[in-house]
Design a protein around this ligand. Structure first.
Ligand code: NI
Length: 511
């Protein structure tokens, strides 16, 4: 090496040293920063860096009987002897079970060999246990174990969560994440909603031989979901928390679906559960306990989902509209729409809304559209200016008072209007182009058949005041979904210009 080369080498060493130094300084700075700085904008990434420094992995493997008996287990080792002992005995139970099962399996294998002079097809026993640290700070440690058992021909997956108080070393029940046991009802309800959505997605992928096959599949699936999500501690024995502040519920294999689904995971934002989360949990995850905020967020979500879900310029849209309610049957209809994830439009009467304000609030909360159908079903073409004004504004005011909702759509009773009406209101006048005449024929089958004739761009007229009509809706929804039609609120069928055009609207393609 000559002098020049030496200088270059020294320079290189120096540069590497400086880069290294910068890294070290940065590292320490970041650590100090996140430890000392209470700035809430940093708290999220800080929380994601859980304190794993004192947690190590203990792993063990056991292979016996010429690889017919396999065990692979892992569990965390922490700074607390008490926590470690709990984890060890928790794991030992699993190992004991494995020992017993593998012994029986091996005996069966040997017996078969003696009896038949050849090996049984499937004689492997495999038990594995892994874990994830769901959450760890100075005070709490939440661990999720995944256990897999394979014996002979079938396997099962389980997910189990264990929660510890790291200061005392005590294991805590998962319910201590919550204020009281009411969380079970809430998790049950939310899980059912999510799983129903999933089921409807799956329904699109499966083609059925006939309606009976479809009904059987639906019945079986629904039963499975209902029993697996009943509000019991056993059903919700595996909860964890993601880095994005979501509660993750893991359902064991077979718990809420067929074995091919394996372990099913559902996620829900912790914020949505703020009412039932324990004060400690709220503090750790920086969650504001606010009913109002929850509600607003929910509303926002529904609306934005609505807007982004379907683009009627690209997809085949259809609108279900219901007149003359709310009535004693409207809540049942809302249940059906909710189950099927369908949004509809309700042209309501002021006099009935006054009696059933809760139904109006629910219609709005669940993302449907409200339109004015006058106060008491007056024929607007026969009313003078003052009469029309009063019919509409009384109803508008009441709905706004009940729900804060401002109605921009109008359906005149009997579809009766004259040109003068457009001078008296800014509302878009919405008519229809599929009429099942459900007011005349109170016959579910007939009404189903007629409503099912709808095609792209149809506005279906129906009335949520007849039980025969309500009973038709599940089948109508199914039939129209089979035609690949997407349900939208009626305003989505029209452009802004059309809605502001001051004319009566029946949907036509391209409008
Ligand atoms: Ni009417």
């Amino acid at each position: 090496m000559n002098k020049k080369q030496k200088n270059i080498a020294l320079l290189a060493v120096f540069i590497i040293f400086v880069i290294g130094l910068v890294f070290v300084i940065r590292f320490f700075n970041l650590n100090n920063f996140s430890d000392d700085n209470g700035d809430s904008s940093l708290s999220h990434s800080y929380k994601a860096e859980t304190k794993y420094d004192n947690i190590k992995v203990f792993t063990n493997e056991e292979i016996k009987n010429d690889k017919r008996s396999l065990l692979h287990i892992a569990y965390p080792v922490t700074e607390s002897e008490s926590v470690n002992n709990s984890l060890k005995s928790f794991t030992q139970e699993f190992i004991n079970e494995y020992e017993e099962v593998s012994k029986t399996q091996e005996k069966n294998y040997q017996d078969y060999l003696v009896l038949n002079g050849e090996e049984a097809v499937s004689s492997v026993t495999e038990y594995t246990q892994h874990f994830d640290i769901s959450f760890a700070n100075d005070k709490y440690l939440l661990i999720v174990f995944h256990r897999y058992r394979f014996t002979g021909g079938t396997g099962s997956d389980d997910a189990i969560s264990l929660l510890f108080n790291r200061e005392t070393g005590q294991e805590l029940p998962l319910s201590s994440l919550f204020v009281d046991d009411s969380y079970l009802e809430i998790l049950s309800e939310k899980s059912r909603d999510l799983l129903n959505k999933k089921m409807l997605e799956n329904l699109k992928l499966v083609s059925f031989q006939n309606k009976k096959a479809k009904d059987d599949w639906l019945e079986m699936t629904v039963e499975h979901v209902l029993s697996g999500t009943e509000a019991t501690k056993e059903n919700f024995d595996s909860l964890s928390i993601s880095n994005d502040n979501e509660l993750i519920i893991s359902f064991d294999k077979y718990q809420v679906g067929p074995g091919s689904d394996g372990v099913v995971e559902l996620k829900m934002p912790l914020e949505e559960l703020s009412q039932v989360l324990a004060p400690d949990v709220l503090e750790i995850f920086d969650i504001e306990k606010s009913k109002k905020k929850d509600k607003e967020e929910k509303k926002d979500k529904i609306n934005s989902a609505d807007i982004t879900a379907v683009d009627c310029a690209k997809e085949k849209c259809v609108a279900l509209t219901f007149d003359d309610g709310p009535s004693v049957y409207t809540d049942e209809l809302l249940d059906i729409l909710k189950e099927n994830n369908v949004k509809a439009s309700f042209f309501i009467l002021g006099k009935s809304a006054k009696i059933q304000p809760d139904t109006i609030s629910r219609i709005v909360r669940e993302g449907h559209v409200l339109g004015n159908h006058t106060w008491n079903h007056k024929n607007l073409s026969k009313l003078g200016d003052d009469g029309v004004e009063q019919q509409l504004s009384d109803t508008d005011d009441l709905i706004k008072e009940i729900s804060g909702y401002e109605m921009t759509l109008l359906r005149p009773p009997y579809g009766a209007y004259n040109e003068e009406l457009f001078g008296k209101t800014d509302k878009a006048v919405i008519l229809w182009n599929v009429d099942p005449e459900d007011w005349k024929d109170r016959d579910t089958e007939l009404v189903t058949e007629r409503m099912s004739l709808a095609e792209a761009g149809s506005i279906i007229l129906a009335h949520d005041i007849y039980p025969s009509t309500i009973a038709a809706i599940p089948e109508v929804i199914y039939n129209l979904k089979q035609k690949d039609l997407k349900f939208v609120t009626v305003d989505k069928l029209f452009s802004e210009e059309a809605l502001n055009s001051n004319k009566a609207l029946r949907y036509q393609q391209g409008l």
